[in-house]
Design a protein around this ligand. Sequence first.
Ligand code: SIN
Length: 277
Amino acid sequence: MGAPAPLTITPLSPCVGAEIGNIDLTQPLTAEQVNALKDALGKHCVLFFRDQPIDLAAHRRFAQYFGELHIHVGGEGTASKPDPNYPEARVQHFDRNSKRVSGEVWHTDQSCAAVPPMASVLHQTIIPPDGGGDTLFASMYAAYDALSERMKTFLIGLTATHDGAKLFDKGTKTVYPISSHPVIAVHPWTGKKLLYVNRGQTTHIDGIPREESDAILGFLFQHIENPEWQMRFHWREHSIAFWDNRCAQHRAIWDYWPNVRSGVRVQIKGTQPPVPA
Ligand code: SIN
């Protein structure tokens, strides 16, 4: 058998998201394929794959091409474990009994951690029958680029506090991580600047009065949510989304109750805290 045909990378919007073709994630990948995916991830922030009926072993193998697996710092929350031997895998299953779903607020996954996960790989196995359950993604490169020069100058050098208690279910865990990260960070692979605060977990900008922090964060959260740098992904059975948690934020839409949406998510460890610009 010769080398596999080169991947196809089809952007799904001008700022964020690309669909990858000519790939079979049920099988091991070549080093060339992994490198091409790394380049595409840093550039497009989220990669999508269709028709990939992977099992947990293939899911873990795919994630491990990009780093070690990460264990969620927020306890079980709305998720459960598909296999007690693999605590890094979370079943994200929602149905008529769900009180809430994961990720309904714009967020960066676990930015409350000292070293947040670098990326997430979500595989959906059951999709609501009526077209609901999309996920929104936004580019934090584009959100940063669109700020005025005055605002960029003001924000560079500031840090903000991220508190897991703002987002995670109360009750499964009583103590959540709290960390301080740069408001403007640099992506370690691309060298591009990005905005690193999120509505889900950022509580305040450090070292300025709370009123000023509330007003600035209020503006930044609205700015991040501008549809100009968003895309909306419509899942099908066995679609996979692989998002770079450093340059993308996301939000799940729960418009499908009482229908079922079910998938498994695995995360990849970060190798360093967010890098200040
Ligand atoms: C999440 O992992 O934050 C939720 C994403 C989704 O279910 O669409």
